[in-house]
Design a protein around this ligand. Structure first.
Ligand SMILES: [Zn+2]
Length: 356
């Protein structure tokens, strides 16, 4: 995921990376699920599953492979600590499933700790997108908070919203919490460094690492540079956000994405570790996301071909039933509603041949 291009300050802060308290930093609440011998899904707590990404850790005799690296330094460090607790082997390969910062920002910490012997691999587009999109986003957001927070504190002190409406006591408590989250995000991200992959591939790459066959398969979908990590001996797919708990379409390509999911459906996948949310052991989520994208594409195409404006298309879209099918709780339902406009825009632009 990585929502955010056009969110208001309050909404952006509300969606921001949860900053662990000092107590959590000692024991970040990862849930480690061994999906095959030596293959561990590192899963975020369910309630904060969209704040930062899952990882997968593949432990071999002489080396460790890590897929996706989070953005929150406390999460990254606690996973590295966990790895050090179960093996003396160093991490020698990081795979990034796509450029979003919640999957790549931690690369810098892995590089610091494991040095130049560590390879970082991703789709070739990440060479550009990590510095120009992931890093740029964090730096812009830092500047935005720095510019906006003093005024936000001022308004809190005066007890009025931006439009002059007075805050209730409950509003003030909520605003204080919001500002504290923003401060936490700034503390974790100020001066953040981004390290792009130093090894790339374009369509498909087979690796033999950590005693396993690891296939990297490129798709365009959630982003232009998605990688599905396929472990053919284990029938495990690590899908990043191409297939995760809830599809985020703001940087996506709806038609290739739908077709990528159809391709995944033809693979003998038994276990899927998604970029966010719990492990899937059946095809229900894949079917639901495929169905949602297909319905989105069909409706947006009909509207675009009828000459409807973007706003009319957004207003007329009827995808609410997918919220119930895709969202397993209120958190996901809220994300679905927040991201729907962007999803419609992407599909409408695509139907008009204007998707960049
Ligand atoms: Zn993502």
């Amino acid at each position: 995921m990585k929502l955010m291009t056009r969110l208001t300050l309050a909404a952006a802060i509300a969606l921001s990376v949860a900053t662990p308290s000092p107590a959590q930093e000692d024991a970040y609440p990862w849930r480690m699920e061994e999906v095959a011998p030596g293959v561990f899904a590192a899963l975020q707590p369910v309630e904060s599953r969209f704040d930062d990404s899952n990882s997968t850790v593949i432990i071999g005799t002489n080396e460790v492979v890590v897929v996706d690296t989070q953005s929150d330094p406390a999460a990254v460090m606690s996973l590295i600590d966990w790895i050090g607790g179960v093996t003396d082997a160093p991490v020698r390969l990081v795979i990034n499933t796509h450029w979003h910062g919640d999957h790549t920002q931690g690369n810098a910490i892995y590089r610091d700790i494991y040095g130049d012997d560590l390879e970082i691999i991703g789709h070739s587009s990440l060479e550009q997108d990590v510095p120009e999109r992931a890093a740029a986003f964090v730096h812009e957001r830092t500047a935005y908070y720095d510019a906006e927070l003093p005024a936000a504190y001022n308004r809190l002190e005066q007890g009025v919203f931006r439009d002059g409406t007075p805050m209730t006591d409950d509003d003030k408590v909520e605003q204080e919490a919001t500002l504290a989250r923003a401060e936490g995000w700034l503390a974790a991200n100020r001066g953040a460094r981004f390290v792009a992959p130093n090894r790339t591939y374009s369509m498909r790459q087979r690796l033999r690492r950590a005693g396993r066959t690891i296939d990297l398969i490129h798709y365009e979908g959630h982003t232009r540079g998605d990688t599905v990590v396929w472990l053919p001996q284990d029938h495990i797919a690590l899908t990043g956000d191409l297939l995760d708990d809830l599809p985020y379409t703001g940087h996506g390509y709806p038609t290739p994405w739908r077709d990528a999911l159809a391709a995944l459906r033809d693979m003998p996948i038994e276990i899927t570790v998604p970029g966010h949310g719990p492990v899937f052991r059946d095809g229900n989520k894949l079917d639901a996301v495929h169905g949602f994208l297909n319905d989105l594409i069909v409706q947006a195409t009909v509207a675009a071909e009828a000459g409807q404006s973007l706003q009319a298309t957004v207003d007329g879209i009827a995808l609410d039933s997918w919220r119930d099918r895709l969202a397993s709780d209120d958190i996901a339902a809220r994300f679905f509603d927040q991201a729907l406009g962007e999803a419609v825009e992407r599909a409408w632009l695509e139907a008009r041949g204007e998707l960049e």
